[in-house]
Write a protein that binds this ligand. Structure first.
Ligand code: CA
Ligand code: CA
Length: 424
């Protein structure tokens, strides 16, 4: 399957023109199929000068794909089908170097978003339309989480403290994000496309009779406190089957994962911290952008549920006095997949609920294994959770964010997603 497209693109607020492509169609998130695609040859070029000269974001782009197969690249799309690119997020790295181009074409609302890091006149080989590796999605049973298979790769784990500062983090909050470490994940692995949902966790409870203790740390107009009557089924606000399960402790998440492994015969586990961050970055490098949507705080509402204008009226004190000046529509958790995914088709990797990882918490990345396996200690007193939550200001909604969490920690801002090792 190949496509031939000429794609003049622009960004928010500017008209989209598409030639030789069908009109974009609204896509239900459940209908998105992640896939790694084979690159044919094409070019993308930044045609207009950028206002800040560092990026072509919000400027005019064209992309041309033609038939000569000159090389392969991994371009990731969350929906490529025969003859059409309907919702594609493309990441391009011609020399496997730091320069990249990242395109988020049609979103559900039909608005084009993009963030590029090429300068005027630069070109890069881009784009594709051929699915190179199948399957890219796994679902082991009806009520099992949808998984996305991620490719092996190398990435820079962690962030320099200047990144946190740029995003409003206090020094003491972001001091644990360094030093940056090059991590090479040598094998494909699968990770949940979304956080584990209420209905997925309910299937486990129903099958096993597992009891989750009552009591959950929650925010009301009186502030944060452990509220003894709350639990995963009633976290203090309305939830549907498709909301992330919260108010579970780390041992509850591990019990779910053990059960899932048993009923499917597959090796489910929590993601390591490095795997989670690799997945969250979705191919975007920390050198070019702190988050998978770029460097603008107020774009967060398109991609994440965090502390926003919907959240602000409901809290007595805004944590750290910071929030995104946009409305994501949710005060507390949102149904999983309500926001735009990252380039690998993964949802809510930086917001909604913070997520448990396999790693024992340490104050830096000093001793972390460089192969993507978890940092562990025989006697671990606290673990790492990744990403921010519905109460997280934009600085917390970054892949580099890491939180120190106890086994007893339980809150409406904490949940998890699964990972799965692959047998090949
Ligand atoms: Ca929100
Ligand atoms: Ca999350």
């Amino acid at each position: 399957m190949r496509i031939l497209v000429t794609l003049p693109l622009t960004l928010f607020g500017i008209v989209i023109a598409a030639v030789a492509l069908a009109q974009p169609t609204m896509i239900d998130p459940a209908d998105r199929k992640p896939g790694i695609v084979k690159i044919l040859q094409g070019t993308t070029q930044c045609r207009e000068p950028s206002k800040n000269d560092a990026s072509c974001a919000s400027e005019y782009w064209s992309m041309y794909v033609h038939d000569d197969v000159s090389r392969y690249m991994h371009v990731v799309s969350d929906n490529i089908r025969a003859g059409e690119v309907r919702h594609a997020m493309l990441w391009v790295d011609p020399d496997r170097a730091t320069r990249g181009a990242y395109m988020n074409s049609w979103s559900r609302s039909g608005v084009l978003g993009s963030a590029f890091v090429m300068k005027k006149g630069e070109t890069a080989t881009v784009v594709s339309a051929e699915i190179a590796e199948e399957p890219r999605a796994i679902k082991d049973c009806e009520l099992c989480p949808n998984l996305v298979v991620l490719p092996p790769g190398t990435f820079t784990f962690g962030a320099e403290q200047s990144e946190g500062k740029r995003w409003g983090m206090l020094d003491r909050m972001s001091a644990n994000e360094g030093p940056q470490v090059e991590i090479t994940i040598g094998r494909s692995f699968a990770i949940g496309q979304t956080e584990v949902t209420q209905s997925q966790f309910a299937a486990f409870v129903k099958d096993t009779g597992y009891k989750v203790k009552f009591g959950c740390f929650h925010l009301t107009s009186a502030g944060w406190s452990v509220q003894p009557k709350l639990n995963w089924e009633d976290p203090g606000f309305e939830v549907t089957d498709n909301h992330p399960v919260a108010c579970v402790r780390r041992p509850d998440a591990l019990a779910y994962i053990d059960w899932l492994s048993e009923v499917t015969g597959q090796a489910y586990r929590l993601p390591s911290e490095a795997e989670f961050e690799y997945a969250a970055r979705g191919g975007a490098t920390s050198e070019t952008q702190a988050t998978y949507w770029g460097e603008n705080w107020d774009d967060a509402c398109t991609y994440q549920n965090g502390a926003d204008l919907a959240f602000v009226p409901n809290v007595p004190d805004i944590p750290y006095g910071q929030y995104a000046e946009c409305d994501d529509g949710y005060v507390f958790t949102a149904p999983v997949g309500s926001f735009e995914p990252n380039a690998w088709g993964l949802f809510d990797m930086a917001g909604n609920v913070s997520e448990w990882t396999e790693d024992c918490y340490q104050d830096s990345h000093d001793n972390v294994p460089t192969d993507g396996t978890p940092f562990n200690k025989r006697q671990c007193r606290a673990w790492v959770a990744k990403g921010g939550s519905w109460a997280g200001f934009p600085g917390l909604l970054r892949p580099a964010t890491r939180l120190r969490i106890l086994a007893t920690t339980v809150g409406t801002g904490f949940g998890f997603r699964v990972a799965r090792s692959l047998s090949e």
